[in-house]
Design a protein around this ligand. Structure first.
Ligand code: HEC
Ligand code: HEC
Length: 290
């Protein structure tokens, strides 16, 4: 070991005295503050491993006994307990009573928004704006089955054509072409008449032929002027709002083969309090009726 401390002529840094093939090692130790922080971290980790669960063994909990999963379960249980009284009130109340009570209403709309995002947004869109292919907007005042609190609650609780509840919304538009009720030409004429209901017919002669067919085959459900009928869930055909598209091809498709949209029943899937909260939330989206 050399005793004399040499300085590198180029950088002015001390050398360690080690030399390999004429290349000398400079003595650049880590800063003290860095080194001591590093040692402190090691010491901290040693203490941590003893106190908190650190090894992936069954039952390895550390001396404190703290477990993240249990902490979450406890937090959720505490939140449930905190919410239990208002949930019980909401469960026992009618949607009208909830909407009239500012405390219950605020809670129901906030909770309903979350339940909607979890259960309904996939079909009805994140803000209830609806989606192409038969998923109606719940934010407008165009209702298929009705927009009062009671009607909305019944639709949510029992569903539509899902075969899951005795009280579900059900009605079937006939498949006019597939079942041989109308010919292809008659379906086309009827579609032209349907277009004329919202002022969009191109061929008035065809629409006039379609008018008679409509009166005979369609008016019973959709109304003489196409205003629709909530008792049988027949949509308004005159308002330019379409479940399945309003071009002639889409209308022909509906008349020829019908659509039969399905919505699940939520009664058995969600807490009745949550069904009430969803009812109040949907009613408050903008189209709620009294
Ligand atoms: C699998 C898709 C699907 C899911 C999920 C779904 N819906 Fe629906 N919903 C539909 C369809 C389809 C219709 C229209 C049925 C028809 O043709 O009459 C509908 C209709 C409705 C209606 C009646 C609208 C009207 O104009 O009368 C309401 C209210 C409604 N849904 C609320 C909800 C709520 C609240 C949820 C969540 C708990 C939900 N839906 C989940 C498919 C769905
Ligand atoms: C038994 C009642 C019933 C009869 C009769 C009926 N419909 Fe329908 N119609 C419905 C229902 C219910 C729907 C809702 C769509 C579904 O099945 O989800 C519908 C939907 C439609 C739609 C789609 C509306 C949209 O917003 O996309 C059109 C168009 C339509 N019907 C036209 C007709 C025409 C034309 C006739 C006569 C040839 C007719 N319907 C006869 C019940 C009926």
């Amino acid at each position: 070991m050399p005793t004399k401390i040499e300085k590198d002529s180029l950088t002015g840094t001390e050398t360690t005295g080690h030399e390999w093939d004429g290349v000398r090692e400079l003595n650049n130790p880590l800063p003290k503050w860095w080194l001591y922080t590093f040692y402190a971290c090691i010491a901290f980790a040693a203490v941590w491993v003893v106190i908190y669960p650190a090894f992936p063994f069954q039952g390895a909990t550390g001396v404190s006994g703290w477990i993240a999963r249990e902490a979450v379960v406890r937090d959720v249980r505490e939140a449930d307990a905190r919410m239990a009284p208002i949930m019980a009130r909401i469960r026992a109340a009618t949607p009208q009573q909830i909407a009239a009570d500012s405390e219950m209403r605020g809670f129901a709309v906030a909770g309903g928004r979350i339940a909607f995002a979890n259960n309904c947004a996939g079909c009805h869109g994140a803000g209830g704006q609806g989606a192409a292919g038969g998923f109606p907007s719940l934010a407008d005042d165009d209702w298929i089955w009705g927009g009062t609190h009671d009607a909305i609650r019944s639709t949510i609780a029992h569903g539509v054509r899902a075969g899951e509840s005795d009280e579900e919304r059900i009605s079937m538009m006939p498949r006019f072409l597939a079942d041989g009720v109308l010919t292809r030409a008659q379906v086309s004429d009827t579609a032209e008449f349907v277009l004329s209901l919202s002022g969009r017919a191109d061929d008035m002669t065809a629409a006039q032929r379609g008018a008679a067919l409509y009166a005979e085959n369609c008016a019973a459900c959709h109304g003489d002027a196409g205003a629709g009928n909530r008792d049988v869930g027949a949509p308004n055909l005159a308002d330019r709002i379409w479940l399945y598209g309003g071009d002639k091809a889409a209308i022909i498709q509906t008349i020829a083969y019908s659509r039969a949209g399905v919505m699940p029943s939520w009664r058995g899937r969600l807490d009745p309090a949550v069904v009430n909260m969803l009812t109040v939330y949907v009613h408050a989206l903008g189209g709620g009726e009294n």
